[in-house]
Design a protein around this ligand. Structure first.
Ligand SMILES: Nc1ncnc2c1ncn2[C@@H]1O[C@H](COP(=O)(O)OP(=O)(O)O)[C@@H](O)[C@H]1O
Ligand SMILES: [Mg+2]
Length: 288
């Protein structure tokens, strides 16, 4: 949500340009030599096994985790972007302590300042920013509900609205679809798509299952072994590309519009146990 778009003359072509990103957590290298180029207004799904580094990548883009080496340009600037330009919804839902708040107040807690130009008082500016963010997430009707009275999908839409209350140009959503039913997932995906198309916001969304995102994404990013592969679904989600990334023979089956990613030759028994309910989830992580 950004009613004050920069003119196209100022706008960068790339939301994210990364070369040779290397990130370590407690001396364990998680990302190693990751190259990315993501255009402004793209919707990118980020996938990979548990522990592949999806959360680490988002936190690195936000500047919450240091870069060991490599070059990063965000929204046309070196280093991390201004925090007010990047909205973030973390994988873990920290709402718990705030659950007594009404959605409107919860969204307002993230507001950082002026958005609508001069002439309105601070509280009026904030109220307008909150209303616009809730509207963008189809959550205007939830404004006066307390958080603990919301369903999982409603709560997730309010969390994303909070991330939109400042004039962000990029939105990083870490597993926002987890534990939601398909209808609630699709509602979030539609709103995310609209933010890209209508507001030019670049969205990175991590997810376990690629299938719900297929109709909405522009590109996919698969992470494995510290490396990544970015491109269209057709370019990345195929046996040869995933075999090169995972360093294991991988196969992709398609059926009725769904994709199933699995080791070529079938799952080993222990892998079946790990992936049994999620065929789009390829091996390669540490099961963390
Ligand atoms: N605070 C931390 N300290 C050390 N290692 C961590 C920490 N957080 C995550 N890791 C490890 O870093 C790797 C990447 O984790 P993460 O980015 O959370 O992966 P994903 O989001 O893809 O599941 C995993 O091996 C995980 O165990
Ligand atoms: Mg994660």
């Amino acid at each position: 949500m950004n009613p004050q778009h920069p003119s196209s003359a100022q706008a960068p072509d790339w939301a994210i340009e990364a070369q040779g990103l290397r990130c370590a957590l407690n001396q364990r290298v998680v990302l190693d030599g990751l190259d990315l180029r993501i255009g402004v207004g793209q919707f990118v799904g980020v996938f990979g096994a548990n522990g592949a580094g999806k959360t680490t990548l988002l936190r690195t883009l936000l500047g919450l985790q240091p870069l060991q080496s490599g070059r990063l340009r965000l929204l046309g600037r070196d280093g991390v972007a201004l925090r007010t330009q990047v909205g973030y919804v973390s994988q873990r839902d920290p709402v718990g302590a705030d659950s007594f708040l009404r959605a409107r107040s919860y969204v307002a807690t993230a507001w950082q300042g002026e958005r609508w130009g001069l002439g309105l008082g601070q509280s009026a500016q904030r109220a307008q920013a909150v209303a616009a963010a809730l509207r963008a997430m189809d959550a205007a009707d939830l404004a006066d509900r307390s958080l603990d009275a919301l369903s999982g999908g409603q709560r997730q839409r309010v969390r994303i609205a909070q991330a939109l209350v400042n004039p962000v140009r990029m939105l990083l959503l870490d597993e926002p679809l987890s534990n939601l039913d398909p209808q609630a997932q699709q509602r979030i995906l539609h709103t995310a798509r609209r933010l890209c198309t209508e507001h030019g916001i670049t969205v990175l969304m991590t997810a376990h299952d690629i299938n719900p995102l297929l109709p909405h994404m522009d590109q996919v990013l698969y992470l494995a072994g510290g490396k990544g592969r970015l491109g269209t679904v057709d370019a990345v989600v195929n046996g040869p590309a995933l075999t090169a990334l995972y360093g294991l023979p991988m196969a992709v089956a398609r059926d009725a519009g769904y994709v199933f990613i699995h080791p070529a030759g079938g799952f080993m028994p222990e892998e079946s146990a790990h992936c049994g309910h999620d065929h789009a989830h390829a091996p390669g992580g540490d099961g963390a």
